[in-house]
Design a protein around this ligand. Structure first.
Ligand code: OXD
Ligand code: MN
Length: 614
């Protein structure tokens, strides 16, 4: 192999196959980035323990008080490296049109040239870790393997939690298996080109950040950031952006969806996958504690689901991850006790506040903040400081199998058969509490038009819709309208065995901004209706935007919701929806003639039906 990166678009089958290619690739990368040493990670707890101890000794991590939080650590990032960098995230397809209008595109040859320069010597003085990992159980029917190289030990210990990392995944590669290559550097070498030493810092990063994806060769290259989705490449970069391309080519789906099993009081179990835009409480839904007696919700996944038609003609689903990378602020015993229990120990916290007793704290964890904290920047903090103690995007990284409501078969070899797909957005207006799509095309239209109202002037006109189709806006590795067509194709293939599709909205407010729906554990009341529909036990009201519940089919006992609120939650406002159609039309127009004809016709029909609708 020549030294990387090279253009491999002409090669089919592509060369990232088997162990020999892997060794050659690692050697090429070492020649390019010039690390002091190369370490292949076996994923053992002894290895992780050694790394964690070293990071504490080097001041990279703070060890938390083991009495409160055994084997847990706090990392504080550079204040300029606190979130995914969407404007520096690129899809480098050969043809710009294949990236679509919602992705940032870069010419692959130009990007490869830039990466070659950036990665040249980028790991000088550091260790290059090689992380083989499996997304999904090793050898599972829906699983895939990848290999990340990184110069960040924080990324190593996080990847060990978030994936099945180490020898078993390496074994899976064997002589012939394909693996997805993912290259990561924080872009902060410890020696200059002349060999002069550069001092290290606790959170190395670079002002220039590049998160590049090459869909044709299924490669990921990430430079300059050590944070979350920018650096834990198995997650958004592989399991969504690259996997969505693999899925398009191979007839499956890689989606930004949580996955749960809901069991009714009668003991019947259903599997639901649900797509919500970021920051809409997916982890809370994934770990929902039902307020209705007799119901049980078990977690299978909180962020990503891979869906594949099975030999029985049904759609099977699997969470490819092995851990949770959840937003800490707002998580509490009241909002998500299962998440709180999950992070009892063995957890890496990033950018939360440190308590005097050596435990962690964040906004919303307790009603009253502690009197003294060290904030996420490492500064002393009191409630009078006038700034958040934890960064709003502070995270916990915990093993999934610590979740008390995790389904026993969460890592089943074949995944689970899917009964329903749920789409949701954060909508203060217009979208009812719940509705069912009339058919698959209607369901795809629902997914394609997920939106949230813009709430801050910085995002654009306040109240205007910000569309996030399938909650995949930042995560689809190809043209979004082609993704809709792919969903339509999958639906055709599934036919009558396709899961039913629903839309929910927990976030309706009245004119004064008051929430109309309690949310959280009471969302089981909506799942109760969804299950009743699956069991053919509830009729529904046909409306232009889907099938809505009859009031008497919703179990609202004990909520004390005013009748007017319930009416508003279940009403279709034709005027509001006509306005919404105008915005959908403008959004669709961005994709030109790539919008599938059936979705364009669905919009026309919706407008016509709304005209007729009183
Ligand atoms: C996430 C996101 O971190 O969607 O899961 O942004
Ligand atoms: Mn997410």
């Amino acid at each position: 192999m020549s030294s990387l990166p090279v253009d491999r678009t002409e090669t089919a089958p592509h060369p990232f196959r088997g162990r020999r290619a892997l060794h050659a690739w690692v050697a090429d990368l070492a020649a390019l980035t010039q690390p002091e040493r190369v370490v292949w990670c076996d994923g053992s707890s002894a290895e992780q323990d050694r790394l964690l101890k070293r990071m504490v000794a080097d001041g990279v991590l703070v060890k938390l008080n083991p009495e409160w939080r055994p084997n847990s650590y706090l990392a504080r990032s550079d204040p300029d490296d606190v979130a995914r960098v969407e404007d520096r995230t690129f899809i480098c397809s050969e043809d710009e049109a294949d990236a679509g209008p919602t992705n940032h595109w870069r010419d692959p040859a130009v990007m490869r040239g830039e990466l070659r320069e950036r990665f040249d010597g980028a790991m000088r003085g550091r260790t290059m870790y090689v992380l083989p990992f499996s997304m999904g159980p090793v050898g599972g029917a829906i699983s895939q393997v990848g290999v990340q190289v990184t110069d960040s030990p924080y990324v190593v210990v996080s990847t060990a939690i978030m994936t099945r990392m180490g020898d078993a995944a390496l074994g899976e590669i064997g002589d012939t298996a394909e693996w997805v290559p993912a290259v990561h550097s924080v872009g902060a070498p410890l020696a200059g080109p002349d060999g002069g030493a550069v001092p290290d810092v606790p959170w190395p990063s670079n002002a220039v950040k590049i998160i590049a994806h090459f869909p044709e060769t299924r490669e990921i290259w990430s430079y300059g950031s050590g944070y979350g989705g920018n650096a834990l490449l198995a997650k958004k970069c592989f399991a969504l952006r690259i996997a969505s391309v693999m899925a398009r080519d191979e007839g499956w789906l890689a989606e930004h969806m949580l996955l749960v099993r809901v069991t009714s009081p009668a003991g019947r179990a259903y599997h639901l996958a649900a797509a919500f835009p970021s920051a809409c409480g997916k982890t809370n839904f994934a770990m929902l504690q039902p307020t209705l007696p007799g119901w049980r919700v078990e977690t299978l996944g909180d962020d990503i689901a891979w869906l594949r038609p099975g030999p029985d003609g049904r759609l099977w689903a699997m969470n490819p991850e092995a851990g949770f990378f959840g937003v800490a602020p707002g998580t509490s015993e009241a909002t998500n006790p299962a998440a709180m229990a999950t992070m009892w120990g063995n957890t890496i916290f990033t950018n939360v506040a440190l308590r005097e007793d050596g435990d962690v704290w964040w906004e919303g964890m307790t009603p009253t903040p502690p009197a003294h904290l060290i904030d996420w920047r490492g500064e002393p903090w009191t409630p009078a400081s006038g700034r958040p103690a934890a960064h709003p995007n502070a995270r916990f990284t915990s093993p999934a199998d610590q979740c008390p409501v995790l389904a026993d078969d969460w890592d089943a070899h074949d995944g689970v058969p899917l009964d329903a797909i749920v789409f949701g957005g954060r909508r203060t207006s217009n979208v009812p509490l719940v509705s069912e799509a009339a058919d698959w095309v209607d369901g795809v239209f629902t997914g394609a038009t997920i939106a949230s109202e813009q709430t801050a002037a910085a995002e654009g006109p306040v109240g205007a819709l910000r569309f996030d189709p399938f909650a995949m806006l930042p995560f689809c590795g190809y043209d979004m309208a082609d993704h809709w067509q792919h969903w339509l194709d999958i639906g055709e293939r599934l036919g009558a065995k396709a899961p039913r599709i629903f839309r929910v909205n927990w976030f309706r407010r009245d004119a004064d901004g008051r929430f109309l729906w309690p949310g959280f554990g009471d969302n089981i009341r909506v799942l109760d209706w969804i299950v009743a529909r699956l069991e053919d036990e509830a009729d529904a009201v046909p409306t232009p935007i889907g099938l809505l519940p009859y009031r008497h089919d919703l179990d609202l006992d004990g909520l004390g919701l005013p009748d007017d609120d319930v009416r508003e939650l279940l009403t279709v406002d034709a005027t509001g929806w006509r306005r919404e159609c105008d915005q959908i039309a403008a959004f669709f127009a961005r994709f030109g003639d790539r919008v599938p004809g059936s979705l364009a016709r669905r919009l026309t029909r919706l407008r016509w039906q709304l005209g007729e609708y009183a």
